[in-house]
Each structure stands twice: as C-alpha cells, then as structure tokens.
Design a protein around this ligand. Structure first.
Ligand code: TGC
Length: 392
C-alpha cells in the first residue's frame, strides 16, 4: 500500500498563501541541501559551520520578519514556516536564525537609534555581521530582574559614555559575534540595552564545553570587564525589562514553529522505519501498538502546527499576547519531546544511534525546553493569566 507523507495527510499547508509556501519550500531546500548532509558529523564534532551564515543571509532568512534595512519584510507565518523547516534539520540552525534575527536584530530594530539600525541591520541581514544577545547570567536565567551586570557613567571623556561590568552565560554565538546586545542595570537600577562591538576591550567570550545538546551550535560564557562604550551605544528606546522581553517574545514565537520541525523529522523517521523493520515476522508498522503510537504522535504534531499557525495569524494582526506565546512554547516543545521519545522507542536500540536523527533532536529539544522560558516559567505565566495571582 502506498502512504502519504506526514504533511500530506492533514495538509495544514492548504492554509498557507503562495508566498508563505515559497518561503517554506526555500527553507526546506536549504535544510536538505546545506544542513542535513553534514549535520550528524557536525553534531558529533561540535562544529558550527560558519560558512552557512552568509548563505542564510543570501536566502533572506536573517531578520526576515523585519521591514527595511535590507530585511525581507515577510509575515509572521512565513517566518514561522522557515523556522520549522530549519529545525527539522537541527535545532542549532533554527537557534542561529533566532538569535540573529529575533533577538539581536529585533533588539536594534525595536529599540535602536537610526544610526544603530543603519550601521548594523543591513550587514546582519546579509550575514556579514553576526549578533548575540546578552541577557542571561550565571546565577540563573529565569529571573532576569536579578541581573547583576552594571552600566555606570564613564568618568573619562566628559562622563558621556558608559562602562559595563558583569558576566553572562548561555549566550548563543558570542565567540563568533561581531556585535553584542548587552543588558545591564544603570545606576538607578533600570535595565538598559547596549550595542557593543565584540572587539571592544574588556569583552571576552568562551564557548561552553561539554554540551551533549546543541552540539552543532555555540553557546558561551561572556565577561565584561570595564567595557567602555560611547553614549550612542545605548538603545534609546528600551527602558526596563520590557526591552529584552519584547525580543524574547519574537524568539519564543519562532520556537513554537521550530519545535514542530524537529517533531516532524522524528515522526517521519519512525513512520519510515515502521514499514520496513520486521519483528515477530511482520513489519512493526503492521502492529496495533505501533500504529497507536504513530497516530498519537501525528495528532500532536498536527495540533502543534495548527497552534503555531493560529499564533502566527494573531501576530500578523498585531494581536498576539505574551501569554498566548507561552501556550505555544509550553505545548509545542513538550509535545515535540514526547514525539521524539516515542519515535526513539519505535526505532528500538537503533534509535540511539546517529543512523537516525531522533536522539540528536531529543538532546537538542532539552535545550529548547529550557531556554526562552522553561516549561515551569510558561506554566506560571499562564497560571497568573488565569488566576490574576503571580506565583513568581
Ligand atoms: P516583571 O519583572 O514584573 O516585569 C518586568 C517588565 O517586563 C514586562 N514583561 C514583558 N514585556 C513584554 N513581553 C513579555 N513577555 C513580558 N513579560 C514581562 C512587564 O510588563 C514589565 O514591564 P514594565 O514596563 O512594567 O517594567 O516580570 P514578570 O513578573 O512579568 O515576569 C516574570 C517572568 C518569570 C515571566 C519573566 O522574568 C520571564 O519570562 N523569565 C524567563 C526569562 C527567560 O526566558 N530567559 C531566557 C532567556 S533566553 C536568552 O537569553 C537567549 S537564549 C538564545 C541564545 O542566546 O542562544
């Protein structure tokens, strides 16, 4: 019997416009041709394939949901579909696009001066300059309000500039970045953002070693030791934590879509294997227990994609709220993990090898579950939304 591909059965693509489908097709081709052929060895060897950055820029994926400054001005659903297709290859590459486009570029785009925008955004959109986003600190990422990084007025040069001191951790791309958006508290304790070229004296970054997840991408420790920047380095339009949080909203939105890409790859691997792998004299896909697992995985995958699409349509209308994003981030990463785990069980012992992408996705998704708000943070955001009582 012939079988439809996973995406053909439910056909959510029928709800996308021609333009959105074209972005999706382009991202899938990029993932198939440029990421998948080397991803298993890159993951094994902890290799970030830097040469792909300019190619991602040329394809228009970097900051693609921003308008002007060399950005593509695409819609939220188109951006989400690209995130899904890139993460179907590997979460590390969707993370790259998120850190560059949703965090670093969004921070400058939303909160920056005209000079900051024209200096950085076109180069970042082309992938000629890499950006990173320094919010999280070593003492814990869930409570950015407790940050200890400081910005004090510089006594040198008329007291106009700023001096940054502190440490950041889990900062994606920092060791290869040209520019860092650093969040720090000013003397009044207000969180402000600074656009810091990484060549500035006192800025140091070290890739975090020993990662068993996200091995094809880079996350770093960053130290800022008397990093002197001019007054013009401050993002003029961000005051308080709503500055970085408005960027996290963008990145979380990309994750809602991306996680379903990882889920699809795991589901496809399990479906394919179930048709050929024989145990007890017949393909395991002919067994009711296997079919039940596949059906449940498929249903959760399609529900997750529909949820992502709903949030995308809300975002396009300017109506998407942080709590709604929490629904998507919590559900889709949780379900992607469950799908990956079930796929692993269908693959049996072979599921733990790199013959299949499943264990790599499973390991990556543990990071995705943790960054940009853990499951627990999103549960508490929703708990507060429902009860009106903050449990933080
Ligand atoms: P609270 O301190 O009361 O509020 C601070 C201000 O922020 C506003 N706000 C938001 N604004 C926009 N979008 C959101 N999602 C927002 N959430 C809060 C809030 O209205 C307030 O504004 P204002 O003007 O009154 O000052 O904070 P809260 O009680 O609302 O939030 C608490 C909590 C726990 C939800 C929040 O702290 C949180 O989301 N924590 C998780 C932080 C997180 O996701 N960290 C991960 C960072 S990931 C990262 O750094 C990069 S990973 C990618 C990489 O580099 O590789």
């Amino acid at each position: 019997e012939t079988a439809l591909s996973v995406d053909e059965v439910f056909d959510v693509d029928a709800l996308l416009s021609a333009d959105e489908l074209e972005w999706k097709r382009k991202a899938r081709a990029f993932a198939d041709e440029r990421i998948l052929p080397t991803i298993e060895s890159d993951f094994e060897n902890k290799h970030f394939r830097r040469e792909l950055v300019a190619e991602l820029g040329a394809a228009g994926f970097l900051g693609m949901h921003l308008t002007g400054y060399g950005c593509a001005g695409a819609g939220a659903v188109a951006y989400g579909a690209v995130c899904l297709e890139l993460e179907a290859a590997d979460s590390g590459w969707r993370t790259f696009v998120s850190v560059q486009g949703s965090l670093a570029m969004s921070a400058i785009y939303k909160h920056g001066s005209e000079e900051q925008k024209t200096t950085w955004l076109p180069r970042m959109a082309r992938g000629e300059a890499i950006g990173c986003f320094g919010l999280t600190e070593p003492e814990g990422g869930s409570d950015p309000a407790a940050m200890t990084t400081t910005a004090r007025r510089d006594d040198v040069g008329g007291g106009e500039g700023w001096v940054l001191n502190g440490t950041k951790r889990w900062i994606g791309l920092a060791s290869i970045a040209d520019v860092a958006v650093i969040w720090a508290k000013d003397p009044e304790g207000v969180v402000r953002g600074f656009v810091v070229p990484t060549e500035t004296e006192g800025f140091r970054s070290t890739p975090i070693a020993g990662k068993l997840s996200m091995r094809a991408s880079i996350q770093c420790d960053v130290t800022l030791e008397d990093v002197r920047v001019p007054a013009s380095a401050m993002l003029p339009n961000a005051r308080g934590l709503s500055g970085p949080f408005s960027c996290l909203n963008e990145a979380r939105f990309g994750i809602v879509w991306g996680a379903m890409g990882a889920a699809r790859s795991c589901l496809e691997a399990a479906v394919q294997r179930s048709r050929t792998r024989e145990v007890f004299g017949a393909p395991i896909g002919s067994r009711q227990l296997t079919q039940a697992k596949l059906a449940d995985m498929f249903v959760e995958y399609e529900k997750g994609v529909l949820l992502a699409l709903h949030l995308g349509r809300l975002k396009e209308r300017g109506a998407l709220t942080p709590a709604q994003i929490s629904v998507g981030k919590l559900n889709n990463v949780r379900e992607a993990l469950a799908i990956a785990q079930n796929a692993r069980s269908i693959l049996g012992g072979d599921g733990i090898t790199d013959e299949f992408p499943v264990m790599r996705h499973l390991a990556n998704l543990e990071s995705v579950r943790t960054y940009e708000g853990t499951d627990e943070i999103h549960q508490l955001v929703l708990g507060r939304e429902l009860t009106g009582i903050s449990a933080f």
